[in-house]
Design a protein. Structure first.
Ligand SMILES: C[S@@+](CC[C@H](N)C(=O)[O-])C[C@H]1O[C@@H](n2cnc3c(N)ncnc32)[C@H](O)[C@@H]1O
Length: 241
């Protein structure tokens, strides 16, 4: 009787150990996957980076196109996208500038993203309608008062310093130039709660808007736009005085 109880106790504790081991392994696998996604959202690299690029293209092409519509690009404008990712925004901006003297520029910190753009946009680059730069929003390789507009979607969250990024955008914009930012607030909240913004802690638009004002931008506002499909997105407007 005593032995039977002892054996039952032992097998119960073994089963418990096995379950907690499986649970621990699953939890650690989940946190590694979350970390991989979070890192590649900030800077796509390697196989995970290719995967994230494809996902970003599927999810954000609509938002990128919408933001470009708000830019109201003119025939001889110089326009730059910061953190262009898969390139849907560059593509939309290029379409606005076919057969005119304006030019599109893109800068991204990821080598994978820049390599992909150089292949994907080979023809536009050769025609000198598009310039692609590998570099950071923290140090834009352009002279001051160069661009008519600057835009970015889902990017400022990852900047090491919002102040520095904002100061750089303002420096390269012409007086009267505009800065637009696109985001989907509900998705950001959900991404943050799942840990995907581990490397993008400054995702809250309220802070970014505050910093734009402090950085000397004027007419700063955020609007929610609802498309006929019912999907909404946010666009942040700012201009250089
Ligand atoms: C989440 S992805 C968004 C890409 C695209 N704009 C979109 O909405 O799908 C962030 C992009 O910003 C780039 N990025 C992150 N930090 C950057 C920085 N400091 N300067 C320039 N690009 C940056 C990343 O390499 C990546 O391509």
């Amino acid at each position: 009787m005593f032995n039977k109880r002892k054996t039952a106790k032992l097998s119960f504790s073994r089963a418990y150990m096995k379950c907690s081991d499986v649970f621990w392994k699953m939890a650690s696998l989940k946190s590694r996957v979350v970390d991989l996604i979070a890192r590649n959202l900030r800077e796509p690299k390697g196989l995970g980076g290719h995967f994230i690029r494809v996902i970003l293209e599927k999810r954000n092409t609509g938002l990128e196109r919408e933001i470009v519509k708000h830019l109201n690009i003119q025939r001889d404008d110089k326009v730059i996208e910061v953190g262009f990712g898969p390139g849907a925004g560059l593509n939309a901006a290029l379409k606005n500038l076919e057969h005119c003297s304006g030019k599109v520029y893109g800068i991204d910190i990821s080598e994978l993203i820049v390599d992909h753009a150089q292949t994907h946009f080979k023809e536009a680059i050769e025609r000198q309608k598009l310039e692609i730069h590998l570099g950071s929003a923290m140090e834009l390789p352009f002279t001051e008062n160069f661009f008519n507009s600057v835009f970015h979607t889902n990017c400022y969250y990852f900047w090491p310093s919002l102040d520095q990024g904002i100061s750089e955008m303002k420096r390269v914009l012409k007086p009267g130039g505009i800065m637009l930012t696109g985001l989907v607030h509900d998705s950001l909240k959900s991404f943050s709660s799942k840990g995907f913004f581990k490397y993008g802690p400054n995702w809250r638009p309220e802070l970014y808007i505050e910093k734009l004002k402090e950085g000397g931008f004027v007419d700063v506002s955020m609007e929610t736009v609802t498309k006929p499909s019912g999907h909404s997105y946010q666009v942040i407007f700012a201009s250089k005085p």
